[in-house]
Design a protein around this ligand. Sequence first.
Ligand code: PMP
Length: 404
Amino acid sequence: MHYFSAKQFRDQFPAIHSQTIFLDSAATSLKPSLMSQASDDYYRYSGSSVYRGQSPEALTTTKNYELGRNRAAQLINAQSDKNIIWTRGTTESINLITQSYFRNNLAPNDEIIVSELEHHSNLLPWIILAQQTGAKIIKWPVNKHYTLDIESLKPRLSSRTKVVVITQMSNVTGFQPDIAQITLLAHSVGALIVVDGAQGVVHCPIDVSEMDIDFYAFSAHKLYGPTGLGVCYGKTELLAKMPPWHGGGKMLTEVNFEHFTPAPVPYCFEAGTPNIAGVIAFSAALEWLDTIDLPQSETYCCALIEYAYQQLKQLPGFICYSQPNSPLLAFNFAGIHFSDLGLLLTEQKIALRYGQHCAQPLMDAMAISGCLRISVMPYNDQQDIDKFINAVKFALSILNDEDE
Ligand code: PMP
């Protein structure tokens, strides 16, 4: 049974009651008490490792750790738990995919199509890979609305294309590309698809099996979980072809000085003692999230942003870069530097992001050096937006006054 009450949701998040108005969830979400409680309980009452000891605590810890993997698999409808590899976050997941799969499967002049919307985490690993393999990066540019046209992808696809790299949701514009259609097109020329789900998983978890996604990456910390934990999903047949990339304890079944045999997938990619508390805490967050009516909570978030937009657009010089019906809003005011406004908002205890949002190529395409962004989760409410709007008005009055 799924349910959403904004008030009850907000009550789960102690940090929302701090003096700062938190409008920076696209950077990282606030954490529900039950998440930190699960982590605390693990450290207080168990503290044992996974797959190592045989004590009752150690066995329970291993069971709970694997339950977390199962919940992550269910969230995105992976074929099995074995398709889920724990990493340190989206960034590490994408580096695992590039270094372990693609480095061994690309030849010089093979092509990697990367959209211009991408976060640096889904660009730099591909640039490094291209340097290592001689493969070429082909840019899929944004249009004048800062979205992507499927029509402009088609001529870029050919038998040389080996992979299409795409975000599920832009962290700047909130644009959500049509992943199902892009996947079909990529597959039609024999290319794979790699989806950066860092933002998308928070707002509309994807069905990787139904959509036939090859690789999918996301971070726990943006989805009510702890920092330093992420997921790399891969299709079974692709993971089977990947050599381990980190060597260490528990990623092998036998070793001597000449040779080692890797452990089965996914353990061969999880060398060393993992982030046990992180997985157990994320598992608790996912169990709770499973009770929430996500479409309803998402509608609530988009309505908050619409409420902000309707007021901002009445202020002179307002420029909006983000998509309607989105849980975030990227903007500038003509003639005002984003960092001047950002600083004045920060001083008024508004937590938001201003700068380049780890998306410099997109900033270049927009012909701006940066912008401001507010982003909400269902723990925000209308009063948060009211306080933000008042702070903007006050900041603008100072900045416009300086100009006179
Ligand atoms: N992709 C997108 C779209 C993001 O917004 C982020 C985080 N800002 C990342 C990738 C990287 O995530 P992480 O830093 O958790 O690895």
